[in-house]
Ligand binder design. Sequence first.
Ligand code: FE
Length: 245
Amino acid sequence: MKLRAFHKLSYGLYIVASEHDGKKAGYIANTVFQVTSKPPLLAISCHKDNLSTAVIRQAGKFSVSVLKKEVNTKIIGEFGFMSGDEIDKFDQKKITTAATGVPIVLDEAVAWFDCAVREQIDLGSHWLIIGEVLDSDLLSEEDALTYAWYREKYKMFSPKNSPTYLEKEKLDEEKQEDAPVEEEKAAAETAEGPEPHVCLICGYVYDPEKGDPSMGIEPGTPFEDLPEDYKCPICNASKDYFKKI
Ligand code: FE
């Protein structure tokens, strides 16, 4: 099996949200797809460990916000890499509601769908949840964000609970086997000077020239000199998750 074949499948990036008993929940999804047109049905694949999955199943409804191409990555950090137990993801967001009454996030979105759950299929690690679109709106003619574009721009990977997660080590091994020369050349090119580093989890870039004032890091601090317990200011990932760009 060739792991990189999976990277040729196309996806978007979305915020899926719901609310049950006053508890709002939302996460970043790439697996949202239309499965029929009459009635209009959307399917989402939700990891069983995620808080949002339980809320969607209890509520029996969910919303999907389609993110724009030039997205502010902060919203991906908040909805994709933080737990609703740690922060209120919906604080200071522009929210609307429609037929089902669940929150619909408008920030960074070009369109939204409001859905009532019709089917749930147990896939082991995930629930495949199918919802009927009861309402939708177009917010902007801007391009929607594609997962391939986001992954390429930030050199990022699907997090562990994503339906499209691939083990990074195995992916790297496969690349090394297929094209060892290019990999070595690329490594040599990035091997000198204080360089920006990107968080592979959320896409945040640490720029040594600017430092990271939010974490008390002075401008001019090379990545290598950051304290060992330095954490990504967006997703809280440790230094191990950063890679030179
Ligand atoms: Fe991060």
